[in-house]
Design a protein around this ligand. Sequence first.
Ligand code: IVH
Length: 803
Amino acid sequence: MTLPPEILARARSLAREIERHNHAYYVLDAPTIPDADYDALFRELQALEAAHPELRTPDSPTQRVGGAPLDQFAPVRHAVPMLSIQTETDIEESGAYNFDARVRKELGLDETDPPVEYAAELKFDGLAVTLRYEHGLFVQGATRGDGTVGEDVTQNLRTVHQIPLRLAGDAPPVLEVRGEVYMRRDDLARYNEAAAARGDKTLVNPRNGAAGSIRQLDPAIAASRPLSFFAYGIGVVEGWTLPPTHSGVLDALAAFGVPVCTHRAVVRGAAELAGFHRQMGELRDTLPFDIDGVVYKVNRLALQAELGFRSREPRWAVAHKYPAQEASTVVEAIDFQVGRTGAITPVARLKPVFVGGVTVTNATLHNEDEVRRKDVWIGDTVIVRRAGDVIPEVVSVIQERRPADAKPFAMLRHCPVCGSHVVREEGEAIARCSGGFACRAQRTQAILHFAGRRMMDIEGLGDRYVENLVDLDYVHGVADLFRLTLDDLLEMKRRADERDGTTPETVKKGVVATRWAEKLLEGIKTSRSPTLARFLFALGIRHVGESTAKTLADWLGTFARVRRAPAPLLAVLPDIGATVAAAIADFFSEPRNGAAIDALFAAQVAPADEHAPHPDLAEKLAWPALYAALGVPRLTPVRAQQLAEAVPDGATLARLDHLDLIALPLPAEVGDALRDWLDREDNRKLLLALAELRGELLAALPEAPAAGSGNPQVAGKTFVLTGTLPTLTRDEAKAMIEAQGGKVAGSVSKKTHYVVAGAEAGSKLAKAEELGVPVLDEAGLLSLLESLSESHGSTPPNQGETQ
Ligand code: IVH
């Protein structure tokens, strides 16, 4: 079968285009098309190649992935040996001067001769490889091995997107490119996060990540690792006239489309070498990848040849190091730190060790799972790493050096700061203190949240005041805010200024500004009667944002009911899932939180708009739904329905004995699970509490359902706000819609009834037009909101519920 020329042309053009986008994305870090378009091109090429396998050339972008696993790597002899490099371990300036002096001596230069020109580069911390290109096509890639014989890792190197499969421009018949495969720190972190989530092994550090990936027999593994590449030299070359300098060689490689790091310079003499070392040292922490030093190379190739080699190291190059980023030391203890959001992090207390340029005494262990995975015990000798601007971390344990008296790690059950119980939600790596603002570690953050604009909206209570009030011990819990006096505030300010050395001149002269404090006290006072929704949001309950707080307030009506509600009752409310329900119930079960709330009430803070439960609550509280929300394994909604037919309410269920339970018309495994669940006394109590609160809620329901109340044009309708409205803020518009029973959502879908668009409305407006959702401007919204009386019986334009 001959290949139609138009197919061949299309495949070629696709391959070229894809590689161009690859280069832009992976090398230039400047994507040229959306991912979806790229995928479409890629799939089109794959389809062509599937239909016409002869199109599948080695430089096709589809050939980067795949290939069968090998039994072993084939040896590759390096015609030009891959040399190592002499290391200057003197990390001071003198390291540069020593090298320059040696070079000048070997070249027979004296003080009167001009300075030697050097190419200065970074020393990348990865794996050295050589890439052989024949007539521009990547044909073989190998590791350094012993310098003379390495391993053929072509398949794996093909998966590195930064490595061109074909050189750009007029490539020579043979060109070996030498350089370093490495892994960026952010790529490593992202990879590790995903690997840990899958339960896979994580990579210890970028160097091992790079080296380990390239030395995998299965190319699929290499393909799954985010690797990068920089060229720093050449090997065998045929049919190409070399530029006269090393820097010229690198420029030429860059022009062939090979990635060359831009942090390089041509410098003259020792002082400039030392300057480069210092500059890159300052840059080191902000680079996206690890370096362990810089490399100086005599720039003129002719001089390099004159200098030659000593055993396996050239005399014309040196690696000038930086302080190591990894070191070993001993774990003296494992403590726990509580973050501002309550996250509890195990921290290794270390025998002080110099690493990454500083003395390190603590290193993070991230979380419980990480400690277990790395198997860190107290007394262990560990490798500590400090790279970039990240916190030092324990990388691994040197197991052979575990002493006989080493102590295993034990996770905390209570917060080391406040004693509240520690919660770790299912599927979460992070354990948290449940103390909220009862916990000193979280106090500042919790109070700032409490006082925020969408919460209690305490005017004038900025970050600095909260920090000072907490640090100087004026405020221990949120309730203390409401007991502050003018004297407290002025004294707090005076002490903070004194501490920070910021006492204003006027104060020194005896003039004390009081206006701010009076305003703040006023702000605190007017915040005393928030809506129930704001109050609930302000408490900082995990997972309870503005909309969940509003649901709770709308449906249950009073704080006391929310506080007492068992998790299954919360879980049947709209948009509240089991996790959120559990978090709410858990928050109120912590006595410290209860005390903080009671203190608020004692300080005369209370929601102002408490009301009867939502008229539709009775439907939500049907026993089949509540049964299904209990969290009994296998008790699915269908089984819960069957259970409710046999046992009409939870109070009855709580009182059934084993024989009653066995007689229930449920499948055996469901019945077993239910019996196991009821065997726990706590669960029977939960059922009784649930039944009791349910009864109270139903009794508190308004007599007649509130039909006809609210604006039928708005009630139950979903609005999406986009762009800037001429007079209303987004919050105001939202509040007005919600006041008439409407909902405000974040994105446009078929279920959206109206999009309200202001100036510079973007994709949401386009989406509305695409879906045919009616679009209102501010005036349109206002007239809809005012149509309360005359609008009965009119048909809403978009019957979302019917879809
Ligand atoms: S040149 C003639 N340049 O350092 C010297 N090597 O011992 C040949 N390395 O593992 C190497 N960055 O992979 C050179 N800019 C750089 C380098 C570099 C890192 C690695 C190289 C090898 C080791 C040399």
